[in-house]
Design a protein around this ligand. Structure first.
Ligand code: SF4
Length: 229
């Protein structure tokens, strides 16, 4: 079986602090049309979309449309599409919202959020990644424990392809400084107490002093969709 990781060379040992633009430039040169970015249109995603657009003329960028995204998230996607001339690829689950409810009962996310995330995020992502040798994410190490060991370029053992995390070592402050410095659009919900935004069903505003992702699946111990660990 062909394993691009074994022949990857170059930046596999990219040290912390490597310029994210350099990481993206390398990834584009190394993988060409076999690399794509996945984004949920968070502030980190906005930064990487901007950076990627500086490096690649027509970047491949897709998003997982669970059927439960905030209207504000769709509005941001449209604004970014206009600004950068990008048609973001929509990746959908196999089951519509209604079909999922018929098969698994109403509001699966309240009873089995891991199964719901698997159906609406993980399985569609795995299907999309099958056509790629590498994918680009916007994760930061300090977001969750399972992201703490992320490297700018690494092998994704779960999905079995190269994973590019150009912002792995950035802080939230770094991200927002970049957004302000470059006057980038961002989800308006961030101004209303939503530092991390996922599906409408599973995201609430955080209170002062709560952690960045405290508003995600806040009635459970769950902190990840299953895409990054
Ligand atoms: S975030 Fe909630 S609604 Fe969205 S896929 Fe996961 S469990 Fe389902």
């Amino acid at each position: 079986m062909y394993r691009p990781w074994e022949a990857i060379g170059g930046l596999t040992d990219a040290p912390d602090g490597t310029d994210p633009i350099e990481v993206l430039r390398w990834a584009s040169a190394r993988f060409g049309d076999r690399v794509a970015m996945a984004t949920g249109f968070g502030p980190e995603g906005v930064v990487v979309v901007d950076m990627l657009s500086r490096v690649v003329e027509s970047p491949q960028i897709f998003y997982l449309d669970t059927g439960f995204l905030f209207s504000e998230t769709h509005e941001l996607r449209e604004r970014l599409g206009t600004r950068y001339g990008i048609e973001f690829e929509r990746v959908e689950p196999e089951l519509s919202v209604d079909a999922q409810a018929s098969r698994f009962g109403d509001q699966l996310w309240t009873r089995e959020p891991d199964r719901c995330c698997s159906l609406r995020k993980v399985v569609p992502l795995r299907r999309r990644l099958r056509d790629l040798d590498a994918w680009i994410t916007s994760i930061r190490r300090d977001q969750t424990p399972s992201r703490a060991a992320s490297r700018p370029v690494e092998w994704d053992t779960k999905f079995e392809l190269v994973k590019i995390n150009p912002l792995a070592t950035w802080s939230s402050g770094d991200v927002w400084s970049y957004i302000q410095e470059h006057d980038l659009p961002y989800n308006v919900l961030h101004d209303s107490g939503y530092p991390s935004i996922g599906c409408t069903n599973c995201t609430r505003a955080v209170q002062s002093g709560e952690a960045e992702r405290a508003g995600r699946w806040s009635w459970t111990a769950k902190v990840e969709c299953g895409l990054h660990g």
